[in-house]
Design a protein around this ligand. Structure first.
Ligand SMILES: *Cc1c(COP(=O)(O)O)cnc(C)c1O
Length: 366
């Protein structure tokens, strides 16, 4: 008789990233050995950048050392002058708030739409009427890889003259129609296009991209060794670009795996009260699949998961305002976020899960 249950079943982990192995990377490393260019927008970085441009349709790409740096650079390049406020959702990964502060701005935390989990222009517009001064920028966050509404936010920028920057950290494979507003993505190992550490800023504004690329390398724009804009060192090394080239080659299979696993979850969740994000696994894929659990069932669900030795995670915690480092930042009423955030539970999602494992997870969900 087959036994199942906490005693005999193995632990199910929440996320197990997988990057290319050494054999796959070796040919590209050999190119670096031959060229003896190790950073500074070298040949592999340029090729990887072209690959990201082809993948996303973005007219321009600035590579960065990570996604948080991408957001910081984009905000520094675009925010209206003065150390003002930056509107942003409280419900996001805490990196967003760090980037806003590092760009010299003060986060002003807003609610998200409970269905899509994102800040909307309507929420931001309602906040504008409450603020003592016009904010310098707004940081719009993609919810776990869902494509942000680029057009609606471009219209918001036109209406209010408030520059928009997108933290689309997990959405690099979900983007289309990238316009002037910079779209920042992360290439961290836990993202769909993971290379270890890395990031990129995508935009159709060529002059802006050139300036942001300069900002990643001591402000050298065009003329070598003359700093024309303030920045720092935020470059991607050629070794990271080498991994990126291999990951790009394998991306269609990676997306297909994630799509199939999400479909299994979706099928087993049919007729349950827990829901996946709209479009997850059909319109876009993610490495961090979440279920939104009915509020009255959250505690019991987490107990069942833990008793079944199944790891789960609140990838974005309970909101930026709940972290001590950001407890004092200004905000609108966040009662919606306080109700929503505890219900968004990251489920096990990786290539070592069998269909039976998924069944074990889903059987703990209401
Ligand atoms: C992953 C992530 C980041 C940070 O990206 P890093 O590459 O880890 O710096 C920022 N914002 C969101 C929403 C993320 O998911």
């Amino acid at each position: 008789m087959q036994t199942s249950g906490p005693i005999n079943a193995r632990k199910i982990r929440v996320l197990i990233p997988r990057l290319p192995d050494v054999a796959a990377i070796a040919p590209h490393i050999a190119r670096i050995d031959a060229a003896r260019t190790y950073s500074n927008h070298g040949p592999l970085s340029r090729e990887f950048s072209d690959g990201l441009s082809a993948l996303t349709g973005a007219g321009g790409v600035t590579l960065t050392c990570n996604g948080t740096a991408a957001i910081e650079i984009a905000l520094r390049a675009r925010a209206n002058p003065g150390a003002g406020l930056c509107l942003m959702p409280a419900f996001t990964f805490i990196a967003s708030a760090h980037a806003v502060c590092n760009a010299g701005l003060t986060p002003h935390l807003l609610e998200v739409d409970p269905d899509t989990l994102v800040l909307t222009p309507a929420i931001a517009e309602a906040a504008l009427t409450e603020l003592p001064q016009a904010p310098s920028a707004v940081l719009v966050v993609s919810a776990f890889g869902a494509p942000p509404d680029l057009r609606a936010w471009a219209a918001f920028e036109d209406r209010h003259g408030i520059p928009v920057v997108f933290d689309a950290a997990a959405a690099v494979t979900a983007l289309s129609g990238i316009g002037l507003q910079p779209v920042c993505v992360s290439l961290h190992a836990t993202k769909v296009l993971g290379i270890g550490e890395g990031g990129a800023i995508l935009s159709s504004d060529q002059a802006l991209v050139e300036r942001m690329t300069g900002m990643t390398g001591f402000g050298f724009v065009g003329q070598e060794r003359v700093s024309t804009v303030r920045g720092g060192n935020y470059r991607l090394s050629e070794y990271a670009a080498a991994i990126g080239l291999v990951v790009l080659d394998g991306l269609p299979e990676q997306i297909e795996r994630l799509r199939a696993l999400t479909a299994t979850y979706r099928q087993l969740l049919h007729n349950k009260r827990s829901r996946l994000q709209i479009g997850a696994g059909t319109d876009w894929v993610t490495m961090t699949l979440n279920a939104v659990i009915p509020p009255d069932e959250v505690e019991a669900t987490l107990t069942r998961l833990s008793e079944a030795d199944i790891e789960w995670r609140r990838w974005w915690g309970l909101g930026c305002h709940r972290h001590p480092a950001f407890a004092d930042v200004p905000r609108c009423d966040l009662s919606g976020t306080d109700a929503l955030a505890p219900c968004v539970i990251g489920l096990p999602f990786h290539d070592e899960l069998s269909e039976e494992d998924v069944w074990r997870v889903v059987s703990c969900l209401p």
